[in-house]
Write a protein that binds this ligand. Structure first.
Ligand SMILES: C[S@@+](CC[C@H](N)C(=O)[O-])C[C@H]1O[C@@H](n2cnc3c(N)ncnc32)[C@H](O)[C@@H]1O
Length: 395
């Protein structure tokens, strides 16, 4: 599509940048990054524009003289690029409510491909074809017969197939809901999911050889989870979360509904009142703690800012759970004290404080201390080791 002899230099520069950052080490994946023209997979992308609190999306395209240079610099930068806007909560792309497909940051892709320890001859299934760029990296490394990639969106799969074929890559692509995997070509040595799931479908385990690996972003709710690398054992999947934090867009599937729930009405007049000296109220910005709070609550935690009546801007922070419990925190006064209001059936703030106490007592664990065991019926998160005694079911 693009006649630009500069792309091999840009690919080499990207490879060197990833190597220098410690995100790309093996010669095989270095060769793949150097050889695959990312610009062919991302002929256009959307850039987020925030103007006085209003978010819009600007299309940067190879075919527009006005945006071509920014597009070119974007596709050769180590950043994720939004390539489709849609309505995730309604599964089908349509209304322009947010990103529904993207080309993930190259460093995240290489980090995941290397973590999977992919060897010559391995058969790999990717869930989330998107642009086809990652499928091309896999294809370059493993060849046409060993790469399988699925996406729920037929338009994305068709475009990816055309782009891959134009470069001589012919992996097996399919338009299916990836929640079912791709049983007709199983077993696989590796499964890589490039969309987040709230549960790991057991059929993915069934489609993976014993000793094989599955790498997936497990998110029980927004920001509450991380990449987890699971090994296929005879009766379970088991493994640890990655030490760095990563996040993918959530899988679009009717099976695992991600539609945000409306929070309960919060009426301070009927609320229980207390105080706290907690300094940091934006708990969702501390992913391992935020994850632990979800495990403790055994469900999604809604959060946000109530409107400040005086300024019309963001005011007190609030949290809520699906049983209708809620708490609201005032901004801290001069000595760091905040007022707390709690409503609904449970004392949500007390319960959050207890979970935070547990987190402190455990030495404020980071992601590398969390692990996951998946069986056909249960998902269990554990700290340090499956039998450590610190276990939380996710149901
Ligand atoms: C971050 S993008 C994938 C990026 C892609 N690997 C690449 O290299 O461009 C996530 C993709 O997951 C896809 N997806 C979402 N729900 C899915 C589902 N249920 N089954 C398969 N793919 C799904 C989306 O359509 C989207 O293209």
């Amino acid at each position: 599509m693009i006649v630009d002899n500069g792309w091999t230099n840009r690919a080499a520069a990207l490879r060197d940048e990833l190597v220098a950052a410690g995100k790309l080490t093996s010669p095989e994946w270095q060769a793949a990054v150097s050889a695959v023209p990312r610009h062919e997979f991302v002929p256009e992308f959307y850039e987020r524009v925030s103007n006085s609190g209003t978010v819009s999306w600007e299309l940067l395209s190879a075919s527009s003289p006005e945006t071509r240079e920014r597009w070119w610099n974007g596709v050769w930068a180590n950043t994720s690029l939004v390539t489709q806007l849609g309505d995730l909560s309604r599964w089908e792309p349509g209304a322009n409510t947010g990103p529904s497909s993207s080309s993930s940051a190259p460093s995240l892709m290489t980090r995941m491909l290397e973590a999977l320890d992919i060897r010559d001859g391995h058969r790999v299934l990717e869930i989330g074809t998107g642009t086809g760029y990652n499928a091309a990296l896999l294809n370059h490394r493993l060849g046409d017969h060993n790469v399988f990639s699925v996406d729920v969106d037929a338009g994305l799969v068709d475009s990816a197939r055309d782009r891959l074929a134009a470069l001589g890559y012919r992996p097996t692509l399919a338009t299916v809901d990836g929640v079912a995997g791709l049983p007709e070509h199983a077993p696989y040595d590796r499964i890589i999911a490039t969309c987040a799931v709230s549960r790991v479908p057991w059929c993915w385990a069934e489609q993976t050889r014993q000793g094989g690996r599955i790498l997936v972003d497990l998110k029980v709710s927004a920001s509450a989870g991380n990449l987890v690398l699971l090994r296929r054992e005879a009766d379970r999947l088991e493994g640890r979360f990655g030490s760095g934090y990563a996040t993918f867009m959530h899988m679009r599937t009717p099976a695992f509904d991600v539609e945000p729930q409306a929070g309960p009405e919060r009426d301070r007049a009927d609320a229980r009142h207390a105080t706290t000296t907690l300094r940091q109220e934006r708990l969702w910005e501390h992913p391992p703690l935020w994850f632990l709070l979800h495990l403790w609550q055994r469900g999604r935690i809604g959060f946000g800012y109530a409107m400040d009546q005086d300024t019309g801007g963001p005011g007190p922070v609030f949290f809520s759970t699906e049983d209708g419990s809620w708490c609201e925190l005032s901004t801290a006064d001069a000595d760091g004290t905040r007022e707390v209001w709690e409503g609904g059936p449970r004392r949500l703030w007390s319960s959050i404080e207890t979970a935070m106490e547990c987190w402190h007592q455990q030495g404020e664990p980071g992601w590398d201390r969390f692990g996951l065991t998946v069986t056909p019926r249960h998902h269990t998160i554990w700290l340090d080791a499956p039998d450590s005694g610190h276990n939380w079911p996710i149901g």
